[in-house]
Write a protein that binds this ligand. Structure first.
Ligand code: GDP
Length: 447
């Protein structure tokens, strides 16, 4: 489907080497004819697709020498005709050229509108479009990779196989319902139960991968706890490799939770330094303590820090009590202050000053955060996909119970169809306009 021309700057705001202005729609080449003068004798109308042409981009006071390329429908990102200009990467130049495309009839593209058109034109599935966003927003190596796999239709392919199998089951049900001799129906019910059971197991193994996928996307949340002056802020700085938290010798100065993001073996960890937990008459500090407790509650794991050069006391015990029940890494810090090997029940001994034990601590964070390394491929990273798969699984479980309870086949068929529809929300076939709008509203303009 060829729609009106939309245009946007595809490169980020700011100064850079090059900026790209993208126009997609029914006639971007005709528009380019009015604002691009190719070098030499070539005419815009004779442009070969997918070839860069140098020339002058005419945009009044914002004219520039640059490049123009034409992508011919349907072999383009959106599935429509696309023209892109490359100009010098100044914000004003790019905006001036963009405005010229508006004067010549293009309309400003909305958020994610290019990708939305690509989806509507069948260039990619809805899940794949979400993968594009995950790649763009991805911070860690694992997140970008998971986004890439989603974008490459790896999840969609799996889901389509499930959908095809459900369709076969549904076709069988239709045949039996159309020829309702009782024996056939009962026989048929017995036949489909194993199929439905197997498909439910496949769906469940996919939903299980969300436990890791969720952490890949959001990061593992780590609360660093311990009484004041044990070296929590210093350890955080060591882990992050730069000075983020304020380090101070006066006990109780880290009042706010300081966040820093760290990548360990390609996976994201969000670290929170908590205020020193101790009895305090100071109001600001007690607010900090409440906040620390809230962070601990929502953390995936806790790093408990004690000072190896001091005696473990009641205050340490109180902190340990607060973090009880959470996956825990016990750290004894300031090893540089002790001359002898000290026996402790710590998981790791560190020194934020010399860096001793920091790599071990990172390895422990990874181990406790993710457990087994696991298969890196095709994790579910989107909550939307997880929920759709869960609903599909629930519908199939209902269908299986109905089979076992001797329900009529057409009723069983309704549950199976519901499962198919839930899976279609992932690929986009059954996604409502509201879901589609919501997904593309999270994109940036120009994508
Ligand atoms: P927090 O209150 O637990 O966050 O502790 P800080 O990180 O603010 O550190 C308190 C004091 O201990 C500061 O003077 C740090 O320089 C010092 N400190 C932190 N870690 C170490 C360490 O491993 N060895 C030594 N010698 N001093 C440390």
């Amino acid at each position: 489907m060829m729609e009106e021309n939309i245009a946007a700057i595809a490169t980020p705001a700011g100064k850079g080497g090059v900026a790209i202005i993208r126009i997609s729609g029914k006639s971007p080449l005709a528009l380019a004819e009015k604002m691009f003068t190719p070098a030499g004798k070539t005419k815009v109308a004779d442009f070969e697709p997918y070839r860069m042409y140098p020339g002058r981009i005419d945009a009044g006071n914002f004219s520039d020498y640059g490049l123009c390329v034409y992508f011919r429908a349907p072999a383009s990102y959106t599935g429509e005709d696309i023209v892109e200009f490359q100009c010098h990467g100044g914000e004003s130049v790019a905006r001036g050229i963009l405005k010229q495309t508006f004067r010549l009839g293009a309309r400003p593209a909305g958020k994610g509108e290019f990708t939305k058109r690509a989806f509507l034109n069948g260039k990619l599935s809805l899940a794949s479009a979400e993968g594009v966003a995950d790649m763009i927003n991805g911070e860690s190596e694992a997140e970008v990779k998971a986004g890439y796999l989603l974008y490459s239709e790896k999840l969609t392919e799996k889901v389509r196989v499930l959908q095809d199998e459900l369709k076969t089951v549904l076709a069988g049900i239709d045949v039996s319902v159309d020829y309702p001799e009782e024996d056939i129906e009962e026989e048929h019910i017995l036949e489909i139960v194993p199929d439905l059971t197997r498909l439910t197991a496949e769906i469940s193994s996919l939903t299980k991968s969300y436990a890791v996928g969720k952490k890949i996307k959001s990061g593992v949340t780590v609360a660093i706890c311990g009484k004041p002056n044990t070296g929590k802020s210093s350890l955080l700085n060591r882990l992050l490799g730069y000075d983020k938290a304020i380090v101070s010798e006066i006990a109780g100065t880290t009042r706010d939770a300081v966040e820093g993001t760290l990548e360990i073996e390609g996976r994201k960890f969000n670290l929170y330094d908590t205020a020193g937990v101790r009895e305090s008459g100071d109001r600001i500090e007690s607010i900090g303590i409440e906040r620390a407790e809230a962070i601990v509650r929502s953390a995936d794991l806790v790093v408990f820090v004690a000072d190896i050069s001091a005696k473990v006391d009641e205050e340490d015990a109180r902190v340990l009590e607060m973090v009880q029940g959470k996956p825990l890494i016990k750290v004894f810090n300031k090893t540089d202050l002790t001359r002898d090997e000290t026996e402790t029940d710590a998981d790791v001994h560190t020194s934020a000053v010399t860096g001793e034990g920091i790599e071990q601590l990172k390895a422990l964070l990874f181990e406790k955060g993710f457990g087994e390394r696991g298969e890196d491929a095709a994790f579910l990273i989107e909550q939307r996909h997880f929920e759709a798969l869960q609903r599909a699984g629930e519908s199939l479980n209902r269908a299986i119970s109905a089979c076992n309870n001797g329900a009529p086949l057409d009723l069983i068929g309704i549950d199976v169809k519901e499962a198919w529809d839930a899976l279609g929300e992932i690929t986009g076939e059954t996604a409502t306009e509201a879901i589609i709008e919501e997904i593309f509203s999270k994109f940036c303009v120009g994508k």
